[in-house]
Design a binder for this molecule. Structure first.
Ligand code: DCP
Ligand code: MG
Ligand code: MN
Length: 343
């Protein structure tokens, strides 16, 4: 079995991994997805090493570790710290920026605007900034939404939704996706995939948006919808997702919850996509494209027609959508349990 986070202490590179993970989290908070990815890949490489990597030469000989990262690894080994991380941690403007970026739905340009306008605290924003409805909710529930959700509680939210859904139609299923399906001890949000055998998307939509969601609001389980601005009636633009917050009876922390509507014909591809992790998904999509196919959350396609600039003209012909295992087989990837899809 692959090493998981829990085993990091047994690794000779545990300290290096710890600091690089922290640096990766920093870049993630800064919404720098390119550097976040680079750090996560480097950590993944280091986890697989059985000896301690101490010099930049040793480090840069490893996959996914370039010269910059190799230098940092050497610095960590020599000094037991990383100056770049220490300086960023102590920079007040940087801290404020990251706090603003941690507000649900807030991006870099918005956060910079607030910083430039002189705002320094969440209270400043509430009192002096012009906020959208979602931003106001994100600030009011800043602590809630930035608190990790224990595994048991994710399961309890899923059970609550499942019970309400079965009261409407017992054929419907609720599957818990995301980090939970990968076996995580805590999750950032709750990802619930809703499907039913042979039921088309339009019926899923009616059941979920018109019956289930209103009922969950009436039960005081759902607290707010956080639909994108393009959505109508609390749905996202394509009508396959619902974003919001839920509260388990007897608790006092609002949790971020996503409902994902998937027709059974697309179940396998959706299972792969919503299980992740995102790096695993990238590698599967890359593999598909190397084999002249295309993988997305709806299926695995072949014979995708492309124009002169490699832009897609047609979706291509569906090879497989329903079976997760079959998609692995067609791609020639040995089956990996969800818990093993941590890259
Ligand atoms: N996903 C992806 N690429 C993205 C966002 C999401 O492939 N840019 C897929 C993989 C994720 C899944 O969707 O595992 C769910 O997305 P989340 O953002 O909820 O991420 P996780 O559930 O993996 O982690 P967390 O515990 O932080 O929610
Ligand atoms: Mg999630
Ligand atoms: Mn999610």
């Amino acid at each position: 079995p692959r090493k998981t986070n829990a085993n990091a202490n047994a690794n000779p590179n545990a300290r290096t991994i710890q600091i690089l993970e922290e640096m990766g989290r920093y870049y993630d908070q800064m919404q720098d997805s390119w550097r976040t990815l680079a750090y996560r890949r480097a950590v993944s490489t280091l986890r697989k090493q059985t000896t301690k990597i101490t010099t930049r030469e040793e480090a840069s000989a490893l996959p996914f570790i370039g010269s910059r990262l190799a230098e940092k690894i050497e610095e960590i080994v020599l000094t037991n710290r990383l100056r770049r991380l220490d300086s960023t941690k102590s920079d007040p403007a940087d801290q404020t920026l990251r706090m603003f970026l941690n507000i649900y739905g807030v991006g870099l340009s918005q956060a910079h605007k607030w910083l430039q306008a002189g705002h320094r605290t969440l209270d400043d924003l509430l009192k002096h900034a012009k906020l959208t409805t979602n931003q106001k909710i994100g600030i009011d529930h800043y602590t809630d939404f930035t608190t990790r959700i224990p595994r048991d509680e994710v399961a309890a939210h899923a059970s609550f939704v499942r019970k309400a859904l079965h009261a409407i139609n017992p054929d419907f299923q609720v599957h818990t996706m995301g980090s939970y399906r990968r076996g995580a001890i805590t999750s950032g949000d709750i990802d619930l995939l809703i499907t039913a055998p042979g039921v088309p998307l339009s019926t899923l939509q009616t059941t979920v948006f018109d019956v289930l969601v209103p009922r969950l609001f009436a039960l005081d389980f759902l607290k707010v919808s956080l639909a994108s601005s393009h959505g109508t009636n609390h749905r996202t633009a394509d009508g396959t997702k619902w974003h919001g917050a839920s509260l388990l009876p007897g608790t006092d922390t609002w949790r971020r919850i996503d409902l994902l509507l998937v027709p059974s014909t697309e179940l396998g591809a959706a299972f792969i996509y919503f299980t992740g992790n995102d790096i695993f998904n990238r590698s599967m999509r890359l593999l598909a494209s190397k084999k002249g196919m295309r993988l997305n959350q709806r299926g695995l396609f072949k014979d995708v027609m492309r124009g002169p600039k490699r832009e897609r003209i047609t979706e291509g012909e569906l090879v497989e959508g329903e079976s997760e295992r079959r998609i692995f087989e067609v791609l020639g990837v040995p089956w990996r349990e969800a818990e093993e899809r941590i890259c």
